[in-house]
Design a protein around this ligand. Structure first.
Ligand code: PHE
Length: 448
C-alpha cells in the first residue's frame, strides 16, 4: 500500500484546496436544480429552509468529512475500515459506487453542454430548441458528448492532485465566477427581470406540503455540497496543513449557495423576459436546455454569445465536479496499490460504458438513476457518516479538528449537531420523503 506520508500527493496551497472543493460543490446541481426546485416548491421559503439545512446539517457533515479525510490520509474505502472497523468498510465502498454511479449520468448531461457551446459558437442552434434538445440529448450525439467529456475528466485526473485537479480548479473557477457575475448583471437589465425574480422567489406555498419542501432542501443540499459519498473526504485526505476545517467548510458551502442563488437570478429573468415561461413545463432540464436558448435566440446572433457564455459556465461547473467524482473512485484504487494512471483509465472507461444507457435511452432512466444514487444513496451515506463520526469516532475527529479550529465552543456545537441532531433528522427525511420518492421514480421507469 502506498499510504506512507512521504509519498502521498498533496495540495500545493490552501487556496488550491478550497478552490478544488468549491469546484466539486459548484456543479450542474447549482445551475440545473436549485432555482428550478425553488420556483416549483416554496420559492423564498425553500431558499430559507435550504440555508437552515446548509448551516445545521451541511456544514457540520462537511466538516466531519474533512476531519476524517485529513486524519486518515487515505481514501475513504480504506480509511473507514481502519478507523471504524470491518463493519464500516462497506460504507467506503458505497462511496466509490456512488462516485461511479453519479458520474455515469452526470457526464451525459455535461456532454450536452459541450454540444450546445460548440453549436452556439457556430451560430448553429436552430429555432426549434425542443427538437434540437431531443436530438442532442439522446442517441449517438449524446454518446459522443459523454465520451468527450469523460476523456477530458480522465485526462485531468491522470495528472494528479497538484498538476491536475488543483490546476484545473485554479484556472476554471475564477472564470466561472466572472461569467456568472457578468450574466447576472446582464440578466438584470432585461425588461421583465422583476417578474422573473418574483417567480423564482415566490411566496406562494400553494398546495406544497412542508415535508416535500424539507425533502427537496435536504436532497439538494447533499447533492450540491458533494456530501454523503466521500468526495470531500477524499480531497481532505490530500491535505496535510493544519488549517481550520470548520472555516473551510463554511467557505465552500457559502460559495456554493452563492453560485446556486445567482444562477437563478440569471435564468428566471431570461425566461420571463422572452415570454417562454410556459415552455419550461415540468422539467428542470427543459428550463435550461430548451427555454433558455429559445429565449436568447430572439436576440439574434448576439443571443448566441450569451448562450455560449452560459453553457461554457455550465461546462466548467460540471467538469470540476466530475473530476471529484472520478477521484473518489481513483483514490480508492490508488490506495489499494494501483498506479494512478491505471486507476484513472480503468475506472474512467468503465464509467464511460456505464453511462451509455443514460445517453442512448430516454430521460426517465437518467432521472431514476439520479433519484436513486444522487438523492437516496447520498442521504443514506450522509446519515451513516454522521453516525460513524458522532457515535464512534468523535474523540479522534474532534482532536483532528482541534488542529486549526481552536474555538472549543464551535467544536462543541459541531459535536452536538453531528451526534444528536443530524442522525434523527436524516433518518426521518429518508423514511418519510426520500424512500417513497425513490420508489415512485423506479415505478415510473418501469411503467408500473
Ligand atoms: N456537487 C455537484 C453538483 O452540484 C455534484 C456532486 C455530487 C459532485 C456529489 C461530487 C459529489 O453538481
Amino acid at each position: 500500500m502506498t499510504t506512507g506520508a512521504t509519498e502521498r500527493e498533496q495540495w500545493g496551497s490552501r487556496a488550491g484546496f478550497i478552490l478544488a472543493a468549491v469546484g466539486s460543490a459548484v456543479g450542474l446541481g447549482n445551475m440545473w436544480r436549485f432555482s428550478y426546485v425553488s420556483a416549483q416548491g416554496g420559492g423564498i421559503y425553500f431558499v430559507a429552509l435550504y440555508l437552515i439545512f446548509v448551516a445545521m446539517v451541511g456544514i457540520p457533515v462537511m466538516t466531519s468529512e474533512f476531519a476524517i479525510g485529513r486524519l486518515a490520509q487515505q481514501s475513504p474505502a480504506q480509511a473507514l475500515k481502519r478507523l471504524g472497523g470491518d463493519r464500516w468498510s462497506p460504507l467506503g465502498w458505497l462511496f466509490v459506487f456512488c462516485g461511479f454511479g453519479i458520474l455515469s449520468y452526470y457526464s451525459v448531461i455535461a456532454g450536452w453542454t459541450i454540444r450546445y457551446s460548440v453549436d452556439a459558437f457556430r451560430h448553429a442552434i436552430p429555432t426549434d430548441t425542443a427538437a434540437y434538445f431531443g436530438a442532442v440529448s439522446t442517441g449517438s450525439g449524446a454518446v459522443v458528448g459523454h465520451l468527450l467529456f469523460m476523456a477530458i475528466t480522465i485526462f485531468i485526473v491522470l495528472k494528479g492532485i497538484h498538476k491536475g485537479l488543483e490546476r484545473a480548479a485554479i484556472i476554471m473557477m475564477p472564470m466561472l465566477f466572472l461569467l456568472i457575475i457578468a450574466l447576472a448583471i446582464w440578466s438584470s437589465t432585461l425588461t421583465n427581470a422583476g417578474a422573473g425574480y418574483g417567480a423564482y422567489l415566490n411566496t406562494d406555498l400553494g398546495n406544497i406540503s412542508f415535508m416535500s419542501v424539507v425533502n427537496n432542501a435536504v436532497g439538494q443540499a447533499f447533492f450540491s455540497l458533494s456530501l454523503g459519498m466521500g468526495a470531500l473526504m477524499t480531497y481532505a485526505s490530500y491535505l496535510r496543513s493544519k488549517e481550520n476545517l470548520g472555516k473551510e467548510a463554511t467557505i465552500v458551502a457559502m460559495t456554493d449557495f452563492g453560485v446556486a442563488f445567482t444562477a437563478g437570478l440569471i435564468v428566471f429573468p431570461i425566461i420571463y423576459s422572452f415570454g417562454i415561461a410556459d415552455q419550461v413545463g415540468m422539467s428542470m432540464v427543459g428550463a435550461l436546455f430548451i427555454a433558455l436558448p429559445a429565449g436568447l435566440q430572439l436576440l439574434g446572433s448576439s443571443g448566441d454569445w450569451i448562450v455560449l457564455a452560459f453553457f461554457i459556465m455550465l461546462f466548467f461547473a460540471a467538469l470540476t465536479s466530475a473530476i471529484s467524482l472520478l477521484e473518489v473512485v481513483v483514490t480508492a484504487f490508488i490506495d489499494h496499490g494501483m498506479a494512478r494512471r491505471t486507476a484513472a483509465l480503468g475506472a474512467g472507461m468503465l464509467i464511460v460504458l456505464a453511462g451509455i444507457p443514460s445517453a442512448v435511452f430516454n430521460l426517465n432512466l437518467l432521472t431514476a438513476i439520479d433519484q436513486i444514487v444522487g438523492n437516496f444513496l447520498l442521504i443514506l451515506g450522509g446519515l451513516l457518516t454522521a453516525i460513524l463520526v458522532g457515535w464512534k469516532l468523535l474523540p479522534q475527529a474532534d482532536a483532528e479538528l482541534a488542529q486549526g479550529m481552536s474555538s472549543k465552543t464551535a467544536r462543541k456545537g459541531w459535536a452536538l449537531l453531528i451526534k444528536y441532531l443530524i442522525p434523527p433528522v436524516l433518518f426521518v427525511v429518508l423514511i418519510l420523503g426520500v424512500i417513497p420518492a425513490t420508489w415512485t421514480s423506479i415505478k415510473t421507469l418501469f411503467g408500473i
